[in-house]
Design a binder for this molecule. Structure first.
Ligand SMILES: NC(=O)c1ccc[n+]([C@@H]2O[C@H](COP(=O)([O-])OP(=O)(O)OC[C@H]3O[C@@H](n4cnc5c(N)ncnc54)[C@H](O)[C@@H]3O)[C@@H](O)[C@H]2O)c1
Ligand SMILES: [Zn+2]
Ligand SMILES: [Zn+2]
Length: 385
């Protein structure tokens, strides 16, 4: 395969991605591996550059939710072998800096040449690393980053959610301090919110509410065992208050992000944060895994353009709420979530709605971006025959 081109999903500009031939990813450092991608997912986060709501260089290859088979390893790789089936966490981390040593691979101090903590594949501000919506992907620090999976192709659509959405949903419930018997309100029934609901089940929550205004996604929340709250029917805070005898919930998860909007589509960047502060009981905890940006020129308010989100912090303080935020450190959770899948204790593939080849990626981006009915989670299979 040396010196060949591979097919990849290339970012051209807002609302434009193309499947093109790019230089094949190769071993550049002794600790690199090259993965032949079996499945790469499109993520809600990919829509931020797609919609031009965060700057991204034209020519970059997209894709941070990757899995596949190890094709080649550098001479310094000795844990992972050619032929291994692996999941690639969306965070790319060195494994030896202070934050990596603390388990915060989401804030690796060495992987991002810009100096900013945290690196990743095919994503704005996460370094120069190409993504895996392509036939091949180069993975630096392969021994540290790659998660081994059982050989074969069983659980492919479950395992593919280990690179991001499942651990991120789980991280939301970790930050929200979900423990047995607690009640939980999750805002957002996209892949992250739905898998946060699944994670709340795993952690023994007694009742989980999932709020959205997309009926197809709310139906999936019900299938996962949550109570669906349709924000198009009224104020979700009131609905959850009524359902909890006015008490509210112990834990809240933000799985929407800075493009939070009402059922008519009008954006209100602080809406979900305000809702969570209102619905979580005094001294409860909120996990914010939905993304908020330091700058968003396309924001609907002047303050949000500068990354200042004016939410009800006074009430949050008065209620003594805890707030956790940030990117998920995937490696903290992925091996345990893998084993839940293998032991049939969790089936995250319930959220997968579409599986397509690489050539269909531009159409899939456009339809997923419109949140077309039934477009919940799209998997790309770049090497499918
Ligand atoms: N922290 C991390 O490590 C991490 C990782 C992956 C994704 N994310 C972020 O998590 C968020 C969710 O990702 P996703 O893939 O599920 O995205 P998604 O866009 O598919 O889902 C978001 C859902 O929120 C709903 N929504 C919008 N406004 C709402 C409101 N006011 N109340 C309730 N629901 C509302 C939308 O209808 C949609 O179904 C995004 O911001 C994404 O960037 C964060
Ligand atoms: Zn993602
Ligand atoms: Zn590091």
């Amino acid at each position: 395969m040396k010196g060949m081109f591979v097919k990849a999903v290339v970012f051209k500009g807002p609302f434009e991605v193309a499947v093109e031939q790019v230089d094949d990813p190769r071993i550049e450092q002794p600790t690199d591996a090259v993965i032949r991608i079996t499945t790469a997912n499109i993520c809600g986060s990919d829509l931020h550059p797609y919609e031009g709501r965060v700057d991204f260089d034209a020519g970059m290859v997209l894709g941070h939710e990757n899995m596949g088979i190890v094709e080649e390893i550098g001479p310094g790789v000795d844990r992972i072998h050619v032929g291994d089936r692996v999941s690639v966490p969306f965070n790319l981390a060195c494994g030896s800096c202070r934050n990596c040593n603390d388990g915060w691979t989401s804030a690796c101090l060495r992987a991002n040449p810009s100096g900013q903590p945290g690196a990743g594949f095919g994503y704005p501000m996460m370094g120069p690393y190409w993504g895996g919506q392509a036939e091949l992907l180069r993975v630096p620090w392969a021994d540290f980053n790659l998660l081994e999976l059982p050989a074969g192709n069983q659980w492919e659509n479950d395992f593919t959610l280990l690179s991001d959405a499942f651990p991120t949903g789980y991280h939301g419930t970790e930050l929200a301090k979900v423990t047995p018997g607690k009640t939980v309100a999750i805002f957002g029934a996209g892949p992250v919110g739905l898998l946060a609901a699944m994670s709340a089940n795993v952690r023994g929550a007694s009742q989980t509410f999932v709020v959205d205004h997309q009926l197809d996604r709310l139906a999936l929340a019900e299938r996962i065992g949550a109570t669906a709250i349709n924000a198009a029917d009224g104020d979700p805070v009131e609905m959850i208050m009524d359902a909890t005898d006015g008490f509210g919930v112990d834990c809240g998860v933000e799985a929407v992000g800075y493009q939070a909007h009402d059922a008519t589509g009008q954006e209100h960047p602080a809406l979900v944060l305000d809702n969570l502060v209102a619905v979580v009981r005094a001294t409860g905890s909120i996990g914010v895994v939905g993304v908020y940006e330091p700058e968003d020129p396309g924001a609907s308010t002047d303050s949000a353009k500068e990354g200042r989100y004016a939410f009800d912090f006074g009430t949050a303080f008065t209620k003594g709420l805890s707030l956790g935020t940030g990117q998920c450190p995937v490696k903290k959770y992925n091996r345990y979530l893998r084993d839940l899948i293998i032991r049939e204790q969790a089936k995250p593939s319930i959220i997968v709605s579409h599986e397509v080849g690489l050539e269909q990626a531009p159409e899939a981006y456009a339809r997923f971006d419109k949140r077309e009915n039934g477009y919940t989670k799209v998997l790309l299979h770049p090497n499918a025959a």
